[in-house]
Ligand binder design. Structure first.
Ligand code: SF4
Length: 348
């Protein structure tokens, strides 16, 4: 019998709901996502730089919808234990990217990442990239709150829930932050997508899997890039070879230094966390450790105003601010490439 989506049917209602969901912009596409820190960095750069990917089809939207339903179930389990003390989608904003903790059980200082799985996948749990995601939540947010963490998997076929605790691992966190720094560098400095990771292939996860593929598959494996490159007009300028070489070296040096500074800053943050705990415990403003005197002073936060929120709240209108609008001058983006570097193979 043919499957139809008759108007007025439950199936039609669900399709409408999915279509509405497709219109919702849940997350800012320009943001680096902590939830994907253990997955493809190229994907994060493509999305943030505005490259077009496939729109999710109805099947994918339905999978997202059922993921939300599993989270709802897990949330209610906790909310029934601790009414009004369990929060959802707690934002974790960092200098390297943004994440959202699914469920925060405040009385237990416990964060829960909700996932769904299949019976077939149970033996592979917890997934490494899910542990990476929770490691970032612990690093940037959980440690300061003295949190414990778990990944709660809902088994699709049976509805059972399997919990996996996640312990904070500083080494893992620092290595993941280095990935974020690399993504950030590609978005903000070179403004070029990261290359396809060497161990990825066109027909294995995370590029493709049995029932779907990454929204940027066409860009990476479909030859779309080659077409764009063909349109470029390239002038020959052998007289500038030395200058171009110097420029390339300067750019590489600057990127390496900026990457190092970011990693140093991460380590400083970790150490400051330890010093802060001692000062808090002693209610002191300085400590002496060996031959170092270390002081801490609180700098009050700056007062700022969120222009978008002001407009959204209707306090002022777009028309009212129109006379004050200024459009900045455009600029040239220079992207040096080393033509002698070995080419990255798409298939690794
Ligand atoms: S297709 Fe593969 S390499 Fe390309 S963005 Fe997606 S996951 Fe990354």
């Amino acid at each position: 019998m043919a499957v139809t989506t008759a108007p007025g049917s439950t199936a039609a209602l669900y399709s409408t709901r999915l279509a509405e969901r497709a219109q919702e912009e849940k997350f800012d596409p320009r943001e680096i996502r902590l939830s994907e820190v253990g997955l493809c960095g190229r994907k994060q750069t493509l999305r943030a730089l505005g490259y077009e990917g496939d729109e999710p089809d109805e099947r994918s939207l339905s999978i997202f919808e059922s993921g939300d339903e599993h989270e709802e179930t897990i949330y209610h389990l906790w909310a029934e234990q601790f009414p009004r003390q369990v929060k959802r989608q707690v934002a974790v904003r960092t200098a390297y990217g943004t994440g959202h903790i699914d469920i925060w059980v405040a009385p237990l200082k416990h964060l829960v990442e909700s996932k769904s799985t299949t019976e077939k996948s149970l033996k592979r749990l917890p997934m490494e990239h899910h542990v990476d995601q929770v490691t970032m939540y612990l690093h940037f947010w959980g440690r300061a709150h003295g949190a414990t963490a778990e990944i709660a998997y809902r088994v699709k076929e049976t509805g059972e829930i399997k919990s996996f605790p996640v312990e904070y691992n500083e080494r893992r966190a620092l290595s993941l932050i280095a990935n974020l720094v690399e993504i950030q560098g590609a978005i903000e400095m070179t403004q070029e997508p990261l290359p396809i990771p060497a161990d990825y292939t066109a027909f294995s996860f995370p590029c493709a899997w049995a029932t779907g593929r990454c929204p940027f598959w066409q860009n990476c494996w479909g030859g779309a890039q080659t077409e764009v490159q063909k349109k470029k007009v390239i002038a020959k300028a052998p007289q500038l070879a030395a200058d171009a070489q110097e420029y390339l070296k300067l750019r590489q040096r600057r990127q390496a230094l900026e990457g190092q500074v970011a990693i140093i800053k991460v380590r400083e943050d970790v150490l400051e966390g330890g010093f802060g705990s001692v000062l808090d415990g002693a209610q002191a403003s300085a400590l002496v450790a060996g031959e170092v005197l270390l002081g801490r002073s609180r700098i009050p936060g700056r007062i700022t105003y969120d222009g978008d929120a002001i407009l959204e709240a209707g306090v002022i209108t777009q028309e009212a601010i129109a006379p004050f609008r200024r459009i900045g001058a455009g600029y040239d983006r220079w992207t040096p490439k080393d033509l002698t570097a070995p080419k990255k193979s798409k298939a690794g």
